[in-house]
Design a protein around this ligand. Structure first.
Ligand code: ADP
Ligand code: ZN
Length: 519
């Protein structure tokens, strides 16, 4: 079927069952390819509209489309949604009784279902149904779960290779929002669909503004942020279960309707949090990364990262939960060096340590970049913007550069005098002449000549300058030696005054607030 032939047939179906007037992105081309019985790999960002790519063909095929999905918790909602649109659908998973499962099998065999959602680990129970006379298409949703390279690996996904052998003439459509090449290759290999058509949709979500701020008084900043948008739904991602709960306590004290969500909650509580959020009973969810996969809530207006995510895929997927309705939305990330070090510790000793650390480094580069953030983000997914985006903090407040040589010399000479044995925090405390335990115990206030020479500059601004020195290669963090700051081969050039160091001025939060008011 060619694209023009298909339009006249497909649009009425789209309108009738889904209520939309036109296709988005590459939906139409994908649907046409599925109807042609090709295998397909669809990479589309969260909120891009993947579901219709298999739901619409399912309606036009004879037989049932089996949708493999890891999201047991959401299957019921998904199926209810389809039924409400007049589409015969069901799900099959371990939460059902034997009798219920029998009933589903019976309905499938009788050809009464168009879509059947199945958890991969429950596939074994469907052996009698997995025949080409009954099955029209196989959709593998959240297909990145196949790859141990990805961030969401599920062992049950690794057994899906048998499908192509069992149903060689049945088209497979694999869908995910994770784009990196290694994952893509894994999906194609493991599903045994080497000739799959690959559809890579733009990852640019223009309606989401991007912003990074130093993680100083995060709770205070978040409270101000929420106060400025009192009725908007949002998600705050934290690194640990404990911190989701602590943050919820602090928000509730101010009368804000916030709830915690993490993998430590039982199934029922988790479902309740999700539902309350979807139905706007809870304004804000403070969550670990366990929250959000597959949640279809179109009016999430903002996503805050209280902690730094461990890689760009995760970050992008999480901020992608904002603004699915296409209206303006915001992503705010707090950048803290403490987080970077903690994430590094997690990565160290893990199975694919090198990969994880490299990914973390990319995340760090994004957070510290003096150039358009969207450009950096999209380039990670292999997409290159010609122009700056105009909708990130850097574009709205381009950094001003100045001669930071003296500042650089102060930092580097403090590192020298302290004999390269202290991390960033202590170096800054010494520069600022702090009288805290870390300084006093080691007598730095008496022994270090540069003690207190930087009182006039705030802690945050010092951190901003140190980060720039690190990024320009004039000093480095020794991650395997307690994260101490030490010199590099280039430090001398600055210390002895042969090299001028350009630095960007730190942005004040006040300035950022002006940006916020504009939209
Ligand atoms: P994904 O699975 O890629 O995250 P969904 O399939 O859940 O995205 O779609 C995201 C949102 O976009 C849903 O609310 C969906 O109803 C809506 N949507 C999908 N296709 C279209 C379209 N062609 N026109 C308008 N809205 C659409
Ligand atoms: Zn930009």
């Amino acid at each position: 079927m060619s694209l023009t032939d298909s339009t006249s047939k497909l649009l009425p179906v789209l309108k009738k069952y889904f209520g939309y007037d036109s296709f988005r992105n590459q939906q139409e081309a994908i649907i046409t390819s599925v109807l042609d019985k090709q295998d397909n790999l669809v990479i589309m960002p969260t909120g891009g509209g993947k579901s219709i790519c298999f739901q619409l063909p399912a309606l036009l095929f004879d037989g049932v489309t089996i949708v493999l999905s890891p999201l047991i918790a959401l299957m019921k909602d998904q199926v209810d949604g389809l039924k409400a649109n007049g589409i015969p659908a069901a799900y099959f998973n371990s939460s059902q009784s034997g009798e219920e499962q029998e009933h589903i099998i019976d309905q499938t065999v009788k050809g009464l279902l168009k879509l059947l959602y199945v958890a991969p680990e429950s596939l074994a129970g469907l052996t009698n149904v997995l025949k080409e006379q009954y099955v029209s298409c196989i959709a593998v949703d959240e297909a990145h779960c196949i790859s141990s390279w990805g961030h969401d690996f599920r062992p049950s996904y690794q057994q899906l290779g048998f499908i192509k052998k069992t149903l060689p003439n049945t088209p497979i459509i694999a869908l995910t929002a994770t784009a990196d090449k290694a994952t893509r290759q894994d999906i194609v290999n493991q599903l045994q669909i080497p000739n799959a058509q690959q559809f890579l949709t733009s990852f640019d979500r223009k309606n989401i503004s991007l912003e990074v701020r130093p993680a100083h008084d995060r709770v205070g900043q978040i409270l101000k942020f929420i106060a400025r948008r009192p009725n908007e739904s949002g998600i705050i991602y934290c690194l640990s279960r404990k911190s989701t709960e602590n943050l919820v306590d602090k928000l509730r004290l101010k009368g804000i309707k916030a709830t915690a969500y993490h993998a430590g909650l039982d199934f029922e509580s988790r479902t309740k949090v999700q539902e309350d959020f979807i139905f706007d009973k809870t304004q804000i969810v403070c969550a670990t990364v366990a929250f959000g996969m597959g949640i279809d809530k179109s009016n999430v207006r903002w996503v805050i990262h209280y902690n730094m995510p461990k890689n760009i895929e995760g970050y992008y997927q999480e901020i992608g939960r904002a603004g699915r309705d296409g209206l303006k939305a915001r992503a705010l990330l707090f950048h803290s060096y403490g987080d970077v070090m903690q994430l590094r510790k997690f990565a160290e000793g893990s199975a694919n340590e090198e990969v994880q650390i490299a990914k973390l480094d990319r995340m760090k580069q994004f957070s510290e970049a003096p150039t358009c953030r969207r450009k950096i983000l999209l380039s990670y997914f292999g997409e290159f913007l010609k122009k700056d985006c105009g909708n990130c903090d850097v574009c709205k407040n381009p950094p001003q550069f100045f001669d930071g040589t003296v500042i650089a010399q102060k930092i580097l000479s403090t590192i020298v005098r302290i004999k390269e044995v202290e991390p960033i925090g202590v170096i800054i405390d010494v520069l600022r002449g702090a009288h805290n335990a870390g300084v006093l115990e080691k007598n730095y206030h008496q022994t270090i000549k540069t003690f207190g020479i930087g009182k006039d500059i705030s802690w945050n601004d010092w951190q901003h300058y140190v980060i720039q020195l690190i990024n320009q290669g004039y000093c480095e963090i020794a991650f395997h030696k307690n994260n101490v700051l030490r010199l590099t081969a280039f430090s001398k050039e600055v210390l002895f005054g042969n090299t001028k160091v350009l630095m960007s001025k730190p942005l004040k939060n006040e300035e950022k607030i002006v940006v916020e008011k504009e939209h």
